[in-house]
Design a protein around this ligand. Structure first.
Ligand code: SF4
Length: 127
């Protein structure tokens, strides 16, 4: 894929849970949770400065021989109720950084740098 990209200028939409491979193939990364983009930006920016808790967990789940454990999303917590998706953050039931506001108000996308945006109340200083 990278050869085709380099040689032919072919564009790819590469969908994966594996950020280890995405970091080598992608120019831009869009992280999606429950049908919604929660963070996006240039691949190197998102990989080296992840902002959203879900992005951080995905990166911590990449096998690394220097770490003895992998990150997991707790399986004893529920997933988002998409029939009531207009209320609160969709990642709130599983988020390690959840606050009261997260369960009440759906976060807006916040631009934190020229091309880097995140959907999380941790970066919304108006709430
Ligand atoms: S808005 Fe709250 S629940 Fe959602 S990702 Fe951010 S900290 Fe976690």
């Amino acid at each position: 894929m990278d050869g085709l990209r380099q040689d032919k200028g072919t564009a790819f939409l590469f969908i994966t849970h594996d950020l280890a491979s995405a970091r080598y193939l992608a120019d831009d990364l869009y992280v999606m949770y429950a049908g919604q983009f929660v963070e996006h930006g240039p691949a190197s920016e998102v990989i080296h400065h992840p902002l959203h808790p879900y992005t951080r967990i995905l990166l911590d789940a990449v096998p690394d021989p220097r770490r003895r454990t992998l990150a997991v999303i707790s399986s004893n917590k529920t997933v988002a109720d998409l029939t009531n998706a207009s209320r609160g953050c969709r990642f709130a039931p599983r988020c390690p950084a959840v606050q009261d506001v997260c369960r009440q108000i759906e976060p807006e996308e916040i631009k934190v740098a020229q091309d880097h945006a995140v959907r999380c109340h941790q970066y919304d200083h108006s709430t």
